[in-house]
Design a protein around this ligand. Structure first.
Ligand code: NAP
Length: 481
C-alpha cells in the first residue's frame, strides 16, 4: 500500500476511534442519570461496535481474520445469551465474570507484547507490564468473587497472616515488574513468575472479603480491568482502547470510593481487613432460625417477631400523617415498583405525606432502586437519601419496608461482633411503626438475622411484595375517604 493511501486509511481509522471514544463518554455521562441510563448503554454499545469494526481496517491487522471473526462470534454470542438470561439477583456475579474477562484479555495482550524478542525497555513496555499486573489480579480476583457470590465456595481454609503474605507477594511482583519494564528482549521465566504471583495476589485479595463488602471489591476489579485495558491500549498505541480503558478505570475507581463510603469502610480496610468473610462463615453456622408467631396487633409485646395482616397494615398506612417507603432487593425481585407508586399516589390522595428512602447498596447493583423507581415514574423529589432521612425517622408514623433487609439491620450500627458492623443503615427501627413486607423467613444478602424484626414497633406482613401491595391498594380503597 502506498504511503498516501496508508495515511488516508489511518485517518479514517483514527476518526472512527475518536467517534467511538466520544460515544463512550457521552454514554457514561447519560448512565449517571437513571432516566437516561438505558440510552447511555446503547450509545456506549454503538461506540464499542464502531471501534471493533473499524479495527478490521487497521493496517496492523493483516492476518488471522478467521480466528478474529470466530472469537468475536463465540464471545459475542455467549455474552449475549448470558446477559439476556441472567436474573437481576445474579447481576453482581455477571459483572464479576465480565471483569475477569476484561482483566484476563488485558493480561493476554501483555503476554504477547512482553514476549517479543525486539523489546528495548521503555515507557510503553512499562505500561504493558503494569497492565499485565492489574489485569491478572482482576482476572483471578473477579473469578473468585464470582464463585463466592454464586455460593460455590462456602468453606475457605483459614490462613494466618494472610495480609502479610499478600503484601510480600505484591512487593515481589512489583520488583519483577520493574525488571521487566526496563530490560531488553524477552525474559520468559521472569515473566512466568511475575504472572503467577499477580494471579495468586488476586486470589489472596478476594479470599477474606466478606459478602457485604463484595460490591466494593467487584467495583474495584472493574476499575483495575479497565485500567489494564487502557495501559495495554497505550502499549498497542490504540486510541479506542486507551480511552475506553481509562474511562472505565476512572469511573470504576469513583464508584469504588462511593460504595466504600456507603459501607463506611476505607477501601484499604476492605482489601486488607482481617477476616470479615471467615467471621461471616462462623455467623452462618451459628445462626438460629427465627420462629415467627402469627399475631397481629400493635400493642402486643413479644420475644418473637410479630406479624400483621393486610387489613390492619392498610389502616395504619391510610391514617398516618407521614409514611416513608424503604425499597430493597425483594421489590426488584417481585417487580413491585409500579404497584408501589400506584399505592403511593393513593395514599397521597388521602393527604398522607409519602417519601422513599434509598440506601446506596439496596438491591444488587449501584443505583438499583433509583433505576426501578424512575422506571415506575416516581419523581426525584420524593426520593431521599440515607444522610437526609436518618435524622427524621423518629418523627415518621409508619415506615413500609418492601423487600429490604440488610440495609435496615440495626446490628450494623449496634453490634460490634456482627459481620456487617460499620455498614451505614437506614435507621428505620427508630420510626413509630415499621411494617416489613417479605415472603417468609428469608435472610438478606449477608445471611444474618435482622434484630429489627423483633422490635416492639415492627410487624411483618408476609407475602410477595407486588401481590401484597395490590392487596394494600384494595384495602385502602375499601376504607374510602
Ligand atoms: P437483602 O438484604 O438482600 O434482603 C432482601 C429481602 O427481600 C429478603 O429478606 C427477602 O426475604 C425479601 N424478598 C425476596 N423476594 C421477595 C419478594 N418477592 N417479595 C417480598 N420480599 C422479598 O436486600 P437489601 O436490604 O436491599 O440489601 C442489599 C444487600 O445486597 C446488602 O447486603 C448489600 O451489601 C448487598 N449487595 C448490594 C449490591 C449493590 O451494589 N447494591 C451488590 C451486591 C450485594 P424473604 O425471602 O423472606 O422474602
Amino acid at each position: 500500500m502506498s504511503d498516501f493511501s496508508l495515511n488516508g486509511l489511518m485517518s479514517v481509522v483514527n476518526l472512527a476511534y475518536f467517534f467511538a471514544a466520544a460515544m463512550f463518554m457521552f454514554g457514561l455521562k447519560a448512565m449517571s442519570s437513571p432516566v437516561r441510563a438505558r440510552r447511555g448503554i446503547v450509545w456506549a454499545g454503538i461506540g464499542m461496535l464502531l471501534a471493533t469494526l473499524v479495527t478490521f481496517m487497521h493496517p496492523a491487522v493483516d492476518r488471522n481474520y478467521i480466528l478474529i471473526i470466530v472469537s468475536l462470534l463465540v464471545g459475542g454470542s455467549l455474552s449475549y445469551l448470558y446477559a439476556t438470561r441472567v436474573e437481576v439477583r445474579d447481576m453482581p456475579q455477571m459483572i464479576a465474570l465480565y471483569n475477569a474477562m476484561g482483566g484476563g484479555a488485558a493480561a493476554c495482550i501483555a503476554i504477547v507484547e512482553l514476549t517479543k524478542p525486539e523489546l528495548r525497555g521503555n515507557l510503553l513496555q512499562a505500561l504493558a507490564v503494569i497492565g499485565g499486573l492489574l489485569g491478572s489480579i482482576a482476572f483471578t480476583g473477579s473469578l473468585l468473587a464470582y464463585w463466592k457470590l454464586k455460593g460455590s465456595i462456602t468453606k475457605i481454609p483459614k490462613f494466618s497472616n494472610l495480609q502479610v503474605i499478600n503484601l510480600g507477594i505484591i512487593l515481589i511482583a512489583l520488583l519483577l515488574a520493574l525488571l521487566l519494564s526496563f530490560s531488553n528482549g524477552a525474559h520468559p521465566i521472569l515473566l512466568l513468575v511475575f504472572f503467577i504471583l499477580a494471579l495468586i495476589s488476586g486470589v489472596l485479595i478476594t479470599l477474606p472479603v466478606g459478602s457485604s463488602d463484595m460490591p466494593v471489591i467487584i467495583s474495584l476489579f472493574n476499575a483495575m480491568a479497565g485500567l489494564a485495558v487502557g495501559f495495554e491500549g497505550f502499549a498497542l498505541e490504540n486510541p479506542a482502547m486507551m480511552v475506553a480503558g481509562v474511562v472505565v478505570g476512572a469511573s470504576g475507581w469513583m464508584l469504588t470510593r462511593l460504595m466504600a463510603k456507603a459501607m463506611n469502610r476505607p477501601v484499604a480496610n476492605i482489601l486488607f481487613s482481617d477476616t470479615a468473610f471467615f467471621k461471616q462463615l462462623e455467623t452462618h453456622s451459628d445462626a438460629v432460625d427465627q420462629t415467627v408467631a402469627a399475631k397481629s396487633v400493635w400493642d402486643q409485646d413479644s420475644e418473637e417477631a410479630l406479624s400483621i395482616d393486610a387489613h390492619d397494615a392498610a389502616a395504619d398506612l391510610a391514617y398516618a400523617e407521614r409514611v416513608v417507603i424503604v425499597p430493597g432487593y425483594g421489590m426488584a425481585l417481585s417487580h413491585a415498583q409500579q404497584k408501589l407508586w400506584e399505592f403511593t399516589e393513593l395514599l397521597e390522595k388521602r393527604g398522607v405525606k409519602v417519601s422513599f428512602a434509598i440506601h446506596p447498596v439496596a438491591g444488587r447493583m449501584p443505583g438499583h432502586m433509583n433505576v426501578l423507581l424512575a422506571e415506575a415514574g416516581v419523581p426525584y423529589e420524593k426520593i431521599v437519601d440515607i444522610d437526609d432521612i436518618n435524622a427524621e425517622f423518629s418523627s415518621v408514623d409508619v415506615v413500609l419496608v418492601v423487600g429490604a433487609n440488610d440495609i435496615t439491620n440495626p446490628a450494623a450500627r449496634d453490634d460490634a461482633e456482627s459481620s456487617i458492623y460499620g455498614m451505614p443503615i437506614l435507621d428505620v427501627d427508630k420510626a413509630n411503626h415499621v411494617i416489613v413486607i417479605k415472603r417468609g423467613q428469608g435472610k438478606g444478602f449477608s445471611g444474618i438475622d435482622n434484630s429489627m424484626f423483633l422490635g416492639s414497633n415492627t410487624r411483618l406482613l408476609y407475602g410477595d411484595a407486588a401481590r401484597m401491595i395490590q392487596t394494600l391498594i384494595s384495602e385502602v380503597r375499601d376504607i374510602g375517604d
